[in-house]
Design a protein around this ligand. Sequence first.
Ligand code: ZN
Length: 341
Amino acid sequence: MNRRRFLIAACACALHLAAMGTALAGPAVRPALRRGSGPLGVAPSPSDASGASGTGPSPSPASGQPASGPKNSGPPQDDDLVAQQTDHSGDLDAPPGIDNAVRDYLFKMRRFDSPHPSDITLPPQRIPVLHAATDRLGRLERTVGHGFFYLLGFDEAVRVAQRYPTVGAFSPQELALIDELFHADASAYGFMGMKPLNSLTATIPSREVYKVPGMGNYVYQGEPRATWETIRRLLGEDVVLTSGVRGIMKQFHLFLTKASTNGGNLSLASRSLAPPGYSFHGIGDFDVGQRGYGARNFTSAFTTTPVFRRLEELGYITLRYPQDNMLGVRFEPWHIKVATA
Ligand SMILES: [Zn+2]
């Protein structure tokens, strides 16, 4: 199967936004979605519905309020939220006169791991299902092994879970959540990138990937493998492949774990992890790091390492997610862009 045939642009149609509001997030999110997306496509949560701080997206005409209405007419906000929204006007190197919504967006992205008033969160009644699905994926990964789990497709995951009592079959509610999350338009909760994988049941044939010796993970054959091998030849033992091919289930496990440990906050999760289907690790990109640098390889501190400086000199740093990108993703200097989509 040619994985590139799945390449499509992310769809931001109203149908998907409506489906997202009703099926995934439930009634709690629907009023926000009915009000329309903000200038950056981020649908604010009800806690931000007033736009009272003046930093959030302006209400759309569909809310019944004029878009240029008074800035401080809403109900009082939680003190923490007010502090979050008011102490950052001088934080960014933004040009004078920059739109408040853009400034607010950049502030949110620099603090990608903190909740924000405009974040979209799963409704409380779905949190136990989120936890159950996340835990089951963890047991599945331990059962099949980390290497194999990188390549595991949805259908096989369901079969293996059913077969092994240590994993246990996915419940209908868990499968419904997985299905809805995969088919939801992630721009409804702030992720604005493309969706290179459009099929939940896409598989990764083993002949299309190459297991990198000593790294525990894979790169795609062809240009990704050639890119990695060139980088390795030029930089030597200093450079490590920290993350290569990630199939749908691996991306689900990462994304759901992040959402699960943050109260079901889909927006927060998507600021540091592409939602399942939206990751370019599914079609060719990979992450690199400095040997011995551990988890710091996934922080902006990576830019201070010899590996990063060398990659920059060699012209490999064409970032998929540069600093202050408008795709709703944090700065990712360790991510090597190979896929051309
Ligand atoms: Zn990456």
